[in-house]
Design a protein around this ligand. Structure first.
Ligand SMILES: [Zn+2]
Length: 141
């Protein structure tokens, strides 16, 4: 079933929601950023037929939240910002305002996906295998 424009259905029960009734709400979605949907910073719009299902959808979205996915999304977004094209991973990490631990967790999350990214949307290559973000020894290129 396609959910065409102007045809809103409740994201929980699938019941048709006519314009003027129902609710449209923002729920947390850690994948919104990773998908490159700018402006929706870790949130996504869903339609609900009423208050009960709205509350249920928010609860479900909270359970589905993956913080590592969110961090990876921030890294992806930093990679396409002006001046970041030739940036190293530590530089991108700073721009994305991630801690070393968050970066590592994000990279681990990506590596564990069925189809992991090998380059960021900005073209910066991602390290395969373990990345050590200590920044004291030799800097990874
Ligand atoms: Zn519903």
């Amino acid at each position: 079933m396609t959910n065409g424009v102007g045809r809103r259905v409740c994201a929980l029960c699938g019941q048709r929601v006519d314009s003027g009734t129902g609710l449209t709400l923002l729920v947390p979605d850690s994948s919104a950023l990773a998908a490159g949907l700018d402006g929706l910073d870790g949130e996504r719009l869903v339609t609900a037929c009423g208050n009960d299902h709205a509350a249920e959808l928010v609860a479900q979205a909270r359970v589905a939240w993956v913080k590592e996915q969110r961090w990876f999304g921030r890294l992806c977004r930093a990679s396409v910002e002006p001046g970041m094209r030739d940036s190293s991973l530590p530089g991108l990490r700073d721009r994305a305002r991630l801690s070393a631990q968050q970066l590592q967790a994000a990279l681990r999350w990506n590596a564990g996906r069925t189809d992991p990214r090998t380059v960021l949307p900005g073209g910066q290559p991602l390290p395969s295998g373990d990345f050590r973000p200590d920044g004291n020894g030799t800097r990874p290129r």
